[in-house]
Design a protein around this ligand. Structure first.
Ligand code: C2E
Ligand code: MG
Ligand code: MG
Ligand code: MG
Length: 271
């Protein structure tokens, strides 16, 4: 009996694996099709300067318009990374964001922040491709910011420093996204030519009540400032969190309290 049930468990497990593989394959196929049919759209979320409450930048966030619905990146970016599809998808986001930012005619120019996945970051000729997109869209490199996670950098620190330096030479601002949840050493941080730390929203969530989250946030702000970096807190949802961040000198904030991600037409006056 035990043997039989063992075998059927095995078969069940096997079928579940097959099903998962089929679902993944189907998703991969629809991702390819989505790219061809231009179903990927970009929304933007304001990054606000704490001192005067003004928007100084916008983060480009990928959405998939699929059958009249918007699919969030968490659902498909991991698979896009595994399959390498994130490279052409990410390039589409970069080109769209640069073009839409270059088209605006507001008096105060803002930066546009684009997320780079680890797989994109390690791509050969990344710097040339980004330079070509700046050229093609006419966006000044000083108006582009790239967000990179700690995991992209820790893999090969020397290569990372070279790539980051070359991007800086184009005038691009570099920030570390989701800072604090990865495992980059302070020594490696010191060597990187970066400009900004984005405090992961899991810490921001605890501000005002969770002692450890507050201590971590304070440590990141003070370390960032001591290294000459700007510090942004992401995922700010309550005025209590904002008050804490203002009181402790955080430079920039981003979150639903201030502005949700929205299509470009809602914030950029048309050119
Ligand atoms: P992220 O880069 O850390 O982006 C911030 C995420 O937090 C966004 O989720 C944003 O909508 C969400 N958010 C903003 N304010 C709040 C808030 O007050 N509370 C909470 N709970 N969340 C808030 P989204 O757009 O779903 O993106 C999720 C992740 O997907 C991003 O995290 C980023 O890692 C990835 N992603 C998005 N767009 C791209 C892209 O173009 N390329 C790549 N490689 N990854 C992307
Ligand atoms: Mg980001
Ligand atoms: Mg983030
Ligand atoms: Mg995040």
């Amino acid at each position: 009996l035990a043997k039989t049930s063992g075998r059927s468990t095995f078969r069940f497990h096997n079928e579940a694996l097959t099903l998962r593989a089929q679902q993944r394959f189907a998703l991969e196929t629809s991702l390819r099709r989505a790219l061809e049919h231009e179903e990927f759209v970009v929304h933007y979320q304001a990054q606000i300067r704490v001192s005067d409450g003004r928007p100084v930048g916008y983060e480009a966030l990928l959405r998939w318009r699929r059958n009249e619905r918007l699919v969030a990146p968490d659902v498909f970016v991991p698979l896009a990374e595994e399959t390498g599809l994130i490279v052409p998808i990410g390039e589409h986001v970069l080109r769209t964001a640069c073009r839409e930012a270059a088209a605006q005619r507001s008096a105060e120019p803002f930066t546009i922040a684009v997320n780079l996945s680890p797989c994109q970051f390690r791509q050969r000729r990344l710097v040339e491709r980004i330079a070509a997109i700046l050229e093609e869209t006419g966006l000044d490199g000083h108006r582009l910011e790239l967000e990179i996670t700690e995991s992209a950098i820790t893999a090969s620190a020397d290569d990372a420093v070279r790539t980051l330096s070359a991007l800086k030479a184009l005038g691009i601002t570099l920030s570390i996204d989701d800072f604090g949840i990865g495992c980059s050493s302070l020594a490696s941080l010191k060597r990187l030519p970066i400009d900004k730390l984005k405090i992961d929203r899991s810490f921001v969530a605890g501000l005002g009540h969770a002692r450890d989250d507050q201590e971590i946030t304070l440590a990141i702000i003070s370390m960032g400032h001591n290294l000459g970096l700007q510090v942004l807190a992401e995922g700010v949802e309550t005025s209590e969190q904002l008050m804490f961040l203002r009181k402790h000198g955080c430079d920039l904030v981003q979150g639903f309290l201030l502005a949700a991600p929205s299509p470009v037409a809602e914030f950029i006056p048309s050119a």
